[in-house]
Design a protein around this ligand. Structure first.
Ligand code: NAI
Length: 486
């Protein structure tokens, strides 16, 4: 079989396949989906464009979608997050060889430029013959490209890259300028063909609700992030694992005894703070929300502001999904060799553009995704000796996927089982989902959790009929009201 794809090295496929085999054992939810739906193939006819970190765990997701009947094209949703052996194994497929790949078209490699990243996204959305009819998104970049393209086509307007408010948006506008010169209906046609999108993360979900509020959403969406078995597990326990994995692989600095600042105490922040404390760091949390600030205080963390602690902390981690949380001024005032990283979805939490604009700033690359920035004495406001440096991880992009390999399989099995269920819902029951943003029903959320209990040796207590009546819930669930917060 010949098909188009672009990955770093198909020679890595065998290594990737071995790790996929190990991951399958750790992903009982996805394997249960294959067992339950592998025969009936509810996704037959689905053409799914996926934009989600191209890791080993994602490889198991992709091959599950294929086992359920879907055709798939894939890209990573971050320039640094691809695991090249995973990408190679997916292209080669379980039955193919490097000489004769028989898997799924993937356009992703670790260390793409921004131009390459958006080129990949466009390639995965551009199908030979008919276009995609489903999107599986993480952060909303694929959804955004289809919407922006449609917007320009409908308005008959020509994008002006010089008006972009960021380097990356400039790249998007350049891509759209080129594509509009080639066709005036490409994105409108793609948008009209999409039955729906299932969105993985907090930031992408935020974008979807904004588009819906503005009346701009082109197709229905399922917010996978807010399944309880996603955000209360992946965002929290996943980051509890992969945050320090990233810091360790990047710097190998001893975390115990250091002062670490975690900006944001949402689901991701809670996992990050716990993991740093687990290593013996003295953790300080910053928050804008009084409820989350109070939670952090009651969990035993000092709660302060970046301004107040910038000169005493050794490690800074942003987890807010917000922008400009750590500014160039903050970085100028940090201790010598302070470590600065972000685990939120986009790279604007740390003002990298402002850092680069600091007069006389010098960038020293230590190794891939680890850079030291040296402030000249005149720009340094640090209490450390003049000429202090800071260490930036993954150029401000999410460090757990840039410096390490992201979340482990077991937690991603929860997230991705929700993704598979959401894809089936939107593809099979399209008519039941007018254009809006939905979450999966609670009985499916409970089912995802149930699928992960046996392998942890968890034994559930069963309600008696009398107890169920007393609580007013069915014996088989769902057990909680919609307003319950877990
Ligand atoms: P969340 O909304 O639960 O938490 C974010 C917290 O940051 C909120 O409590 C908010 O009040 C706080 N915040 C906002 N602006 C702030 C500021 N200027 N200073 C201090 N705190 C501020 O969101 P969640 O689920 O924790 O996700 C956070 C980010 O992480 C999102 O961008 C999400 O997409 C991303 N994410 C990344 C993952 C990864 O593997 N790297 C995994 C899951 C989510």
């Amino acid at each position: 079989m010949t098909f188009d794809y672009k990955v770093a090295d198909l020679g890595l496929a065998e290594f990737g396949r071995k790790e996929i085999r190990l991951a399958e054992h750790e992903m009982p939810g996805l394997m249960a989906m294959r067992a339950q739906y592998g025969e009936s193939k509810p996704l037959a006819g689905a053409r799914i464009m996926g934009s989600l970190h191209m890791t080993i765990q994602t490889a198991v997701l992709i091959e599950t979608l294929v086992a359920l009947g879907a055709e798939v094209r894939w890209v990573s949703c971050n320039i640094f997050s691809t695991q090249d052996h995973a990408a190679a194994a997916v292209v080669v497929g379980p039955e193919g060889t490097a000489e004769s790949p028989a898997g799924v078209p993937v356009f992703a490699w670790k260390g793409e430029t921004l131009e390459e990243y958006w080129w990949c996204t466009e390639q995965a959305l551009t199908w030979p013959g008919e276009g995609p009819n489903m999107i599986l998104d993480d952060g909303g970049d694929a959804t955004m490209l289809v919407h922006k393209g449609t917007e320009f086509e409908k308005a008959g307007a020509v994008p002006d890259p010089s008006t972009a408010d960021s380097e990356e948006y400039g790249v998007v506008l350049k891509l759209l300028t080129r594509s509009l010169a080639e066709s005036s209906s490409k994105w409108t046609t793609i948008g009209q063909g999409i039955k729906g999108v299932t969105e993985e993360t907090t930031t992408g979900v935020h974008r979807l609700y904004e588009m819906h509020k503005a009346g701009a959403l082109l197709f229905p969406a399922i917010n996978v992030n807010d399944s309880v078995t996603k955000s209360k597990f992946d965002n929290k326990y996943g980051c509890r694992h992969s945050l320090i994995d990233g810091i360790n692989r990047a710097t190998d600095v001893l975390i115990g005894g250091k002062v670490a600042v975690v900006c944001g105490y949402g689901d991701v922040g809670k996992g990050c703070a716990e993991s740093l404390r687990g290593q013996g760091a003295r953790v300080i949390v910053t928050e804008i929300d009084p409820i989350c600030a109070l939670q952090a205080a009651m969990d035993g963390y000092q709660v302060s502001t970046v301004d107040d602690v910038v000169g005493i902390a050794d490690i800074f981690v942003t987890t807010t999904g917000n922008k400009d949380v750590i500014t160039a001024d903050h970085m100028a005032a940090m201790k010598h060799q302070a470590i600065v990283g972000n685990i939120g979805h986009f790279d604007n939490e740390i003002d990298m553009a402002g850092l680069y604009k600091t007069p006389g700033i010098e960038r020293i690359n230590i190794k891939p995704q680890v850079d030291e920035f040296r402030f000249p004495p005149e720009a340094s406001k640090s209490q450390s000796a003049d000429g202090h440096t800071i260490i930036i991880l993954s150029e401000g992009r999410l460090l757990n996927l840039g410096n390490a390999t992201g979340h482990p399989s077991f937690v991603m099995s929860n997230s991705f089982t929700n993704q598979v269920l959401a894809q089936i819902e939107l593809f099979v029951r399209t008519a039941e989902y007018p254009t809006e943003v939905y979450v999966l029903p609670k009985h499916l959320d409970e089912m995802v959790a149930r699928l992960h209990l046996d392998s942890l040796g968890v034994k559930l207590t069963e309600l008696t009929k009398e107890q169920a009546n007393y609580l007013g819930v069915p014996v088989e669930g769902p057990y909680k009201a919609e307003h319950y917060r877990y």
